[in-house]
Design a protein around this ligand. Structure first.
Ligand SMILES: Cc1cc2nc3c(=O)[nH]c(=O)nc-3n(C[C@H](O)[C@H](O)[C@H](O)COP(=O)(O)OP(=O)(O)OC[C@H]3O[C@@H](n4cnc5c(N)ncnc54)[C@H](O)[C@@H]3O)c2cc1C
Length: 371
């Protein structure tokens, strides 16, 4: 075993781990920061396999705080990651006549309350929807991000700021250190083990937040883990320049996925395949790896085409399967607050779950308070 002293070890090379590492060097003057990632490359897990929606609030009529924070963070995200933003499509939100948890009037009032723009879609766009099922259609201000461009940003910024990035490396333990407050035990894919001594440890492992041995006793908040499927589709010309979300209940979203030049199709009923309450001895990544991954795209298309018949003409490419990790407390309101937990028995160790990409500002605000 070799030893290495660091100012901070960041575990998890997703968007959050990368952005936090860069922040610590740039804003806090940390000199020695190491980023540990078990995959072969950065931003290949949830930060790649997602709906790519830059939230602006519309999606959360049941959680005012989440909606409002999104609306505040949206322009900042667009300003700070302009190269990754795709605005090149018309985004529609539609309200279902039946089974919706929100009516058109409520949706409009909610948009006014959080201060986001919306307007009734023109008749040409409305014809894409089945009028017996859809009550109203709005054009809104919501964009998509290119997950590959975020990954390029991360690689470049980390290199420029001297962060040592170690891919193919699995962090296994977090413990009290001997020479520094903390130490992280890692193992590379080739089997080399190492103990990294550090002042701070930031656990940014998303689905893996509880999967550590050593003195780490897990996080306090309960997490819900979910195996999700989003179908990558080539849309017909009539839907190519659009993103569509039908609210609010057992409906669907069609979002541009700029990294592949395709759209994702996700459905509230069919995208989640399986869920469970997170436990330290049940590794979500292993669970997904051994899952059969039988696609439900046909069921998605069948239901979505009832609302938007042109979807019959979309062609399926493949599915993105990923674990989605959310705070169990937000099961009913669909809210996405951040988790930022200090481990009292391991001073200097923090576990962080952003929940959605634009929450980075809420995370950095908390980070600024503790470091
Ligand atoms: C289906 C789905 C749709 C979504 N849609 C959206 C959306 O439209 N808009 C939005 O803003 N957000 C969306 N999200 C949420 C968003 O993807 C996440 O909030 C964000 O990507 C989390 O970033 P992260 O860095 O925390 O996680 P990740 O990108 O998953 O990074 C965590 C990293 O930690 C690594 N890791 C885990 N354990 C270890 C370990 N022990 N040692 C070393 N490395 C480890 C993993 O390999 C991974 O790369 C969606 C998520 C899913 C799953």
């Amino acid at each position: 075993m070799t030893h290495l002293h660091q100012d901070a070890v960041i575990i998890g090379g997703g968007f959050y781990g990368a952005a936090i590492a860069v922040y610590l060097v740039k804003q806090k003057g940390f000199k020695h920061v190491v980023l540990i990632e078990r995959e072969a490359a950065l931003l290949t897990r949830a930060s790649y396999n997602n709906q790519a929606r830059v939230h602006n609030g519309y999606h959360y009529p049941r959680s005012f705080t989440t909606a409002y924070r999104s609306r505040i963070n949206f322009p900042k995200f667009v300003r700070d990651w302009p190269q990754a933003i795709n605005q090149d499509f018309t985004k529609l939100y539609a309200i279902s006549r039946r089974n919706s948890k929100v009516t058109s009037r409520q949706f409009e009032r909610f948009c006014r309350e959080i201060g986001v723009e919306f307007r009734a879609a023109d008749p040409v766009l409305r014809t894409l929807f089945e009028p017996r099922l859809i009550e109203s259609v709005y054009v809104v201000n919501e964009y998509a991000f290119d997950t590959l461009k975020l990954a390029s940003w991360a690689a470049r910024e980390l290199a420029e700021n001297g962060v040592s990035v170690r891919c193919n490396t699995h962090a296994l333990t977090i413990s009290k250190g001997r020479e520094t407050p903390l130490q992280v035990g890692v193992r590379t894919n080739s089997g080399t083990e190492q103990l990294i001594q550090s002042r701070y440890v930031f656990n940014c492992t998303y689905s893996g937040l509880n999967q550590f041995a050593g003195d780490f006793s897990g996080i306090q908040s309960s997490l819900k883990q979910e195996i999700t499927e989003m179908a990558l589709m080539k849309m017909p010309d009539s839907l190519c320049g659009l993103g569509v979300t039908v609210m609010d209940g057992p409906f669907f979203s069609i979002m541009p996925f700029p990294a592949r030049g395709l759209h994702t199709l996700s459905h509230v009923r069919y995208t989640p395949h399986q869920h469970w309450c997170d436990q330290p001895d049940l590794d979500p990544y292993e669970k997904l790896r051994s899952y059969h991954k039988a696609s439900r795209v046909e069921r998605m298309v069948r239901d979505v085409a009832r609302y938007m018949p042109d979807v019959w003409r979309a062609t399926y490419q493949e599915s993105l399967f990923e674990i989605k990790t959310v705070l169990a407390k937000n099961e009913s309101d669909d809210g996405r607050p951040i988790l930022f937990e200090r481990h009292t028995t391991l001073p200097g160790c923090y576990s962080i779950l952003g929940g959605k990409i634009d929450n980075i500002y809420d995370v950095l605000e908390r980070l600024n308070e503790v470091v």
